[in-house]
Design a protein around this ligand. Structure first.
Ligand SMILES: Nc1ncnc2c1ncn2[C@@H]1O[C@H](COP(=O)(O)OP(=O)(O)OP(=O)(O)O)[C@@H](O)[C@H]1O
Ligand SMILES: [Mg+2]
Length: 463
């Protein structure tokens, strides 16, 4: 592996999913890191949000490495939401990797490999590269149509100029394709990456600003470049260590990044990459950007995983680890010992703990309001009132789920606005935990494997 393949990594885009937390657009803090009551989709939970903001600030300043934070609180109090808010406020360049504790057991790789991959997904590398580009204003594009149609490849000529010079370049079929894909015309200012042949349209030359025809209002005008046509430019791109791992692992390759089917990556590959990255860092070509690794439902990890985490946090490239749990004092998986949150004391000792509190009725109403908007559901005030009551009596999550169900009920009766009848219809159709448990107690003999119902929630943090 003489050269790391980077060009392929450059074209990666990250895919975002919509879901339970799609309304969260940040932590909703002001400049002084105080939590605004309602902002960026976030409601209440002010001290936890503020604490998360302080951690973010430390991450941005690069002050802490290998630190870990625990979000602890009852189910549905916004732990996962706060982690998503942190992810949204981090910015493009800082990696945020997320996994659920239980994923460790469902992957066809060892637990430590899965955790190693997760850690490396959360470590970014900013790589500076010098590339040669050709930048100029298009004077003319001339494409020769071959006499026998279709048979021979197209050829052509491209004339580019700067304020000082003009040159004619020969075009191959690949470049012609690129030019027509970008819809390049004479008068455009373009940049061509010499190594990859990638064409970027920078805008229209000011000299052409008087040709009104065939120009949209969004047309961007730029100066005709000066100096030489060929230039050296410094470009910076950010990739994660995991992306470099996968692309350079011989058995995998580029596509594995999309399928997630990366399998185990050999440790020699990682060692080579680490030493290459270390080399780049010494030469000033690369910088490490520690990101965030978020492990939700951390109580699902077992004692081996916890000891791996202890060690991994001591690595000097370690990201910030954020974990969340809703468990109280419970068994550490893989042992017979009990511990707060199901996390061993030695790891707990390294964690900064942020606790989340149950919501007031008012906060719940605001969260439900935001969710209605997010799901594009119009609901009358009285129906919202009822939904809030239901949420307060049962759980916030249950009430959130009822929004969709009530909207469907409303659609069915061809209504425009979700009314009380729709909410109560949904409430009757889908039972919440309390009613379901009640039902179980009444009819326990008829179910398989029934035990004493009181044990169901023995160790979650319920008041
Ligand atoms: N402060 C908040 N502002 C806006 N939406 C919130 C807030 N807190 C929670 N939510 C929303 O309520 C729902 C439940 O919250 P979330 O999933 O974050 O709870 P959790 O603490 O992770 O619960 P669990 O312990 O069960 O995992 C989510 O859809 C979440 O986006
Ligand atoms: Mg959660």
């Amino acid at each position: 592996m003489a050269e790391l393949k980077l060009s392929e990594t450059r074209d990666l885009t990250r895919i975002e999913r919509i879901g339970a937390h799609s309304h969260i657009r940040g932590l909703g803090l002001d400049d002084a890191l105080e939590a605004r009551k309602v902002s960026q989709g976030m409601v209440g939970q002010t001290s936890a949000r503020k604490a998360a903001g302080v951690i973010l600030e430390m991450i941005k300043e690069g002050k802490i490495a290998g630190r870990a934070v625990l979000l602890a609180g009852q189910p549905g109090t916004g732990k996962t939401a706060i982690a998503m808010g942190m992810a949204k406020s981090l910015g493009e360049e800082t990696p945020f990797a997320m996994m659920a504790g239980s994923e460790i057991f469902s992957l066809d790789m060892s637990k430590t490999e899965a955790l190693t991959q997760a850690f490396r997904k959360a470590i970014g590398v900013r790589i500076k590269e010098e590339t040669e580009i050709i930048e100029g204003e298009v004077v003319e594009i001339q494409i020769d149509r071959p006499a026998t149609s279709g048979a021979a490849a197209k050829t052509g000529k491209l004339t580019l100029k700067t304020t000082e010079m003009e040159t004619v370049y020969d075009l191959g079929s690949k470049m012609i394709e690129g030019l027509s894909k970008e819809k390049v015309q004479s008068g455009d200012v373009i940049a061509i990456d010499k190594a990859s042949g990638k064409i970027t349209k920078l805008g229209r030359s000011f000299a052409r600003s008087r040709d009104y025809d065939a120009m949209g209002p969004q047309t961007k005008f730029v100066q005709c470049p000066d100096g030489e046509l060929q230039k050296r430019k410094e470009v910076v791109h950010c990739v994660t260590l995991h992306e470099i791992d996968v692309i350079n692992s011989r058995t995998q390759g580029f596509l594995a990044l999309f399928t997630g089917d990366t399998g185990e990556i050999r440790s020699e590959v990682r060692e080579q990459i680490d030493s290459k990255v270390a080399e780049w860092r010494e030469e000033g070509k690369a910088e490490i950007v520690p990101g965030v690794l978020f492990i939700d439902e951390v109580h699902m990890l077992d004692i081996e995983c916890f000891s791996f985490l202890n060690r991994a946090l001591e690595n000097d490239m370690a990201p910030i680890l954020v974990v969340a749990t809703n468990r109280g004092i419970t068994k550490i998986r893989g042992t017979n010992y009990k511990s707060p949150h199901g996390i061993p004391i030695d790891l707990l000792d390294r964690l900064l703990i942020i606790s989340t509190q149950p919501y007031t009725e008012d906060e719940m109403r605001q969260i439900l309001d935001i969710r209605c908007e997010e799901e594009d559901v119009g609901m009358s005030d009285e129906a919202k009132e009822l939904l809030t009551k239901i949420g307060f009596e049962t759980s916030l999550r249950y009430a959130i789920h009822l929004i969709t169900a009530a909207a469907l009920a409303c659609q069915k009766r061809k209504g425009k606005l979700v009314e009380i009848v729709d909410v109560s219809r949904a409430y009757q159709l889908f039972v919440d935990i309390k009613r379901s448990t009640q039902f179980l107690i009444e009819y326990q003999e008829q179910f398989m494997f029934n035990e004493v119902p009181g044990e169901i929630e023995e160790d979650t943090m319920v008041e």
